[in-house]
Design a binder for this molecule. Sequence first.
Ligand code: CU
Length: 245
Amino acid sequence: MSHHRSGARGASGWRGGSATRFARQFLRSAKYVTFCLALVGAIRPCAAAELAVSVVEASGRALGDVVVTIAPASGAAVLPTSGPRSAVMDQRHRAFVPRVLAIATGASVEFPNNDDVNHQVYSFSPAKRFQLPLYKGAHHPPVSFDQQGLVVLGCNIHDEMVGYIYVTDAPWFGTTGPDGTLRITAPPAGDYRISIWSPLIADPPSALTRIVHVDAAEGATSRVQLTRALRARPEPRPRRGDWEY
Ligand SMILES: [Cu+2]
């Protein structure tokens, strides 16, 4: 389709010269064809079906930064989607940004410190134990996460800093935006188990899973409304007591 557009543009420049009546007509019809092709492109249902998962608090307010994982309900193995193999966990205003990061198992994460103060990032979580000695800027190479599980991040200087890296084998995953919704291109038609997690959610894990049928044409939507108030402070906390000096 793009060559039609460029063809019309080229003819347009040529019209300024000794354009014949035939050429003008040709030009008009070329523009018309281009317009129709554009119109057809806009209308054609080329957009793939969508899977949208929304999370709302007990109060009805949308909840962002919630990890959503999606896998076949049958438990059948699916090759991981070609999601990003690298991600960034920034540090700004003495906080991890984003607060919650979901990555595929095997992905690596950069930890740039964009504050004026030094941070010493660490995790004692079984899924990944590491520490980045006191630094500012992009001082350390990316850290790879090769094991599924929750990695709780802390800073050895600033106790109030806590962040989470959710490492998952799920073929589809993401985090909800400020509108409380994750939207992805729908997986192939079938039944899927959708699970959510957030350090602020107090509802029991059994209440945080849904089985959803994805339709090839319609996709699917799922809405999870929490029943308990959010935690006042995120859990679990970094295990600073495990530091060995
Ligand atoms: Cu710090």
